[in-house]
Design a binder for this molecule. Structure first.
Ligand code: FAD
Ligand code: NAI
Length: 514
């Protein structure tokens, strides 16, 4: 009996060893492949030129699934990386370093089947009638040529949106936004600048209070997540390293509507507001910012007597997160297409994401109006849908060419037998064509909404079969972390994000200013 157990253990040990060696070999091969991409066939100019604008959620999701052998693909974007925006608020306080959530577009494109041309440039105008895009190199280093034209047969517009300011005076000059990596870097520096200036020798009491008042305008998920992260930074790190600021550091969230997070269920809104209260973040709802100066905002609210009051709120840091507005290039394209006349929020698209009034222009993500919220989830699903459709369209094109060829062969066939054979093949191909052509319209599947609210708590409205599960708290926070970790672009991003989480937990967040 003893020898049987020993032999069983020996075999188990051998099998585990073989699996471990096999697993390690597989990982090493994956790393080798990643570091040494294979040669790609060059773009084929005889194929249709498909131009994709942007390297955000919509465009990159399209590129991920697109068979690039079928088209002459050109990508144009001023940003040569993909940014995982859901974790951007964590970069403003150093919980995560920004490079951990960036994926270079060059690495990604280098692994596609056929080569894709990438131009780091901003598209300044789309000339729809002449099928040409004007591009501009807006980087610091410029060559002899810094503006040029790119012709297209097919165009996908995935340029996202810019920050809405509603024309409120002083916002652009004095507020910081939270959309891009450089915004997060600016906020991180500004927080520390305010703190160091507040602790400057002989600073007056009122100035200390102003400098340490961190105001966030907009109670949507961007504003709420940032306010939560900022309060965490103070609670976990700042007040320990700089005890002088303990009594004056304060975060205020200003929202025009009666509550924050309007897209979440009522119980989660209440939970968020309660959590903020415990964290000592002030929420000022029904308060509309009307004017911004370099030192205070002017906000309108309803006073106890029911009358409107305009109040000056001094601030050190002002983060403006009031949603999306159209980019000029999108506005300009809309003005060229009569069918877009009545669209206000972006490019109106049909159920196949074709820009209404055009045949060869598609739009994805925040710049498209398809009756869904402007979220990463929607943009990613739209991009994946377009990839599937374009792959099918290429197959259709090939089958149609084959059919035309067979029809000629059938007509010119010397004998009956060859004619019958060609006829059968045509019937078979027509069947395949019908199958390939039958692409269902785009349908968005909502998987739920998630938001971090600070002090290791998150809220989630998850779609479960036909129903909805609403949950908030620390377990939801663990779910939030695992969900976003699994959604990161690459394994490299996942590893870096995990390392950042461990680093900030063990050593605290870095409070140096660069
Ligand atoms: P983007 O991802 O913004 O990409 C636009 C691309 O176009 C960029 O590469 C840009 O450089 C490029 N571009 C801009 N102008 C031009 C031009 N003129 N020519 C060429 N290229 C151009 N959504 C969620 O679902 N869940 C979340 O948790 C979540 N968190 C978020 C957190 C923050 C802080 C922010 C700001 C947004 C968050 N969102 C989230 C929303 C989500 O990021 C957007 O809905 C999503 O990025 C939209 O994708 P997009 O492809 O349309 O645009
Ligand atoms: P938003 O549009 O969701 O919210 C902006 C808020 O600002 C609104 O509630 C509005 O009432 C308020 N506001 C506007 N003008 C104001 C003023 N003058 N004074 C005071 N308040 C004012 O914008 P946000 O948060 O930037 O999000 C943009 C998009 O990105 C949304 O679709 C959102 O769902 C998505 N997103 C999703 C996240 C998530 O799922 N966790 C995180 C961040 C963004």
């Amino acid at each position: 009996k003893k020898s049987k157990i020993l032999s069983f253990l020996k075999w188990t040990w051998r099998l585990s060893l073989i699996s471990a060696v096999g697993g390690a070999g597989w990982v090493c091969y994956g790393i080798y492949e990643m570091r040494n991409p294979q040669d790609q066939p060059p773009p084929d100019p005889s194929k249709k030129t498909l131009v994709i604008l942007g390297t955000g959620w919509g465009s990159v999701s399209l590129l991920k699934k697109l068979d690039t052998e079928n088209y002459n693909v050109i990508v144009i974007s001023p940003r040569n990386y993909f940014l995982f925006t859901p974790l951007l608020p964590s970069c403003t306080v150093g919980t995560i370093e920004h490079r951990s959530i960036m994926e270079p577009i060059r690495n990604f494109l280098r692994h596609k089947k056929a080569a894709v041309k990438y131009y780091e440039a901003e598209a300044t105008k789309i000339d729809y009638a002449n099928k040409v895009i004007y591009v501009n190199d807006d980087s610091e280093i410029k060559g002899d040529v810094s503006t040029t034209e790119v012709p297209f047969d097919m165009l996908v517009v995935g340029v996202g949106a810019e920050n809405a300011t509603f024309g409120i005076s002083g916002v652009k000059e004095h507020a910081l936004f939270l959309k891009e990596v450089r915004d997060a870097q600016k906020i991180r520096n500004r927080i520390m600048d305010c703190i160091e200036t507040a602790t400057f020798k002989d600073q007056s009491e009122s100035e200390v209070q102003r400098l340490l008042h961190m105001v966030v305008v907009g109670g949507g998920p961007t504003g709420v997540e940032f306010a939560g992260e900022l309060q965490d930074f103070f609670n976990n790190d700042l007040q320990k390293w700089i005890p002088d600021i303990k009594d004056n550091f304060h975060v205020t969230l200003v929202e025009a509507l009666p509550n924050v997070l309007p897209m979440f269920s009522k119980q989660l809104i209440e939970y968020t507001e309660k959590t903020f209260k415990e964290e000592t973040i002030t929420i000022r709802t029904k308060t509309m910012v009307k004017n911004v100066t370099d030192k205070y905002i002017e906000a309108e609210s309803i006073g106890p007597d029911g009358k409107k009051v305009l109040q000056k709120i001094p601030y050190g840091l002002l983060v403006w997160a009031t949603g999306n507005a159209l980019r000029p290039i999108v506005k300009d394209l809309m003005s060229q297409i009569p069918a877009q006349k009545d669209s206000r929020r972006g490019l109106a698209v049909n159920e196949y994401l074709v820009v209404k009034g055009t045949e060869n222009v598609w739009a994805v993500g925040d710049c498209a109006v398809a009756n869904y919220a402007p979220t990463a989830q929607v943009a990613a699903q739209e991009g994946a849908f377009l990839a599937k459709m374009f792959n099918q369209m290429a197959k259709t094109h090939d089958i149609e060419a084959e059919l035309a060829d067979l029809s000629v062969r059938q007509e010119t066939a010397p004998d009956k037998e060859t004619r019958t054979k060609a006829f059968d093949e045509i019937k078979e191909l027509q069947k395949r064509l019908r199958r390939v052509k039958s692409v269902n319209p785009f349908e968005y599947t909502h998987q739920g909404s998630l938001a971090y609210i600070g002090s290791e708590k998150a809220v989630a409205d998850i779609t479960w079969f036909e129903g909805n599960i609403a949950s908030g708290g620390t377990l939801t926070y663990i779910f939030w972390r695992s969900a976003y970790l699994s959604m990161c672009f690459s394994s490299r991003n996942r590893i870096l994000v995990c390392m950042d989480w461990v680093k900030s937990k063990v050593f605290g967040r870095d409070c140096s200013r660069v």
